[in-house]
Design a binder for this molecule. Sequence first.
Ligand code: SOE
Length: 379
Amino acid sequence: MKTLNVGMIGYGFMGRAHSNAFRKVNNFFPLDRQIVLKAACGRDAAKTKSFADTWGYEAIECDWKKLINRDDIDLIDIAAPNNVHAEIAIAAAKAGKMVMCEKPLAMNADEAKTMVKAVEKAKVPNMVWYNYRRIPAVTLAKQLIDEGKLGKIFHYRAKFLQDWTISADVPQGGPGTWRLDVSVAGSGVTGDLLAHCIDTALWLNGGIDKVSAMTETFVKERKHALSGKTQKVGIDDASAFLARFSNGSLATFEATRYARGHKALYTFEINGENASIFWDLHDLHRLQYFDHRDAGYVRGWRSIHVSDGDHPYMKNWWVPGLQIGYEHSFVHQVADFVQGLSDGKPASPTFRDGLATDFVTDAVLKSAKTQKWENVKKA
Ligand code: SOE
């Protein structure tokens, strides 16, 4: 069997989620390439070594440039903070490596454009880790929509709620809290959480033409974890927008880190002329489905337990009825990426798809400033 040698950059939450996926995928999916965890890369040698030992990487590097120039690496996976995605991805593409990049693709769409240009010029396979598409219930939603079960779509409604930054004592910057530092994250919940909702929405319901948004920063100053200095907060803590899709449907999107009681409540509901669907990350193996064409006396919302062999991805796991979880969406993403290499059909979301999401998040942030409807550029 051919091998696919991975060089992983970053050892935080996403470094773990991606490594877990790379380790498991060949055990569950019949692929024609064996994933090899070749080297992990991080600036702190001791932490990188401990990460590499835990996940089974053969070696470590402390300089990402060395990693991408190694002849024995085929794929660079960027699981580092947003402000380094572009530089690493562009250099990796120039070195002829395949690139997988954590979401959002870039700090903003201008930067994302340079990344798309680099991977397309180098003709290297590329993908962005918008993992929620590959939760079987979400993939089933896509199948139902593509089969036309919903009919004409009128409404798309999505939200992603968290509550972990309500305390003014949470610092900005540094490990674990870089998402609050605008110079590292690019934006707040718009790029971090709404980006997930937008990626799923573009995939399920097609392009967004225009948006009208509002954002708020509830805590205006926070101590910086690295410098210890109190600094102005530049990210959006909460972001909500109205959208018009190209297919004529209307949408509302909301994300916040100030919804007390919610840790990661990502939900979406889609209403069509014939049927509606609803999905909830806290109950991720279920898809709620209502079909108006059912006979009236049995008509109602049904809760599909997406765990049977004919549900997306499920035949590769356990026996029917046994559910899987969050981490499996990453395994599916690697499986589809590798299958795409074998089929010569790149799996989505590619960097170009990631740019489409960045165009929407840019328009959202612009609209929040101008207080006007803003058009969304097409990727
Ligand atoms: C933020 O807390 C976060 O970890 C995001 O960065 C992830 O993309 C999301 O899946 C869960 O929440």
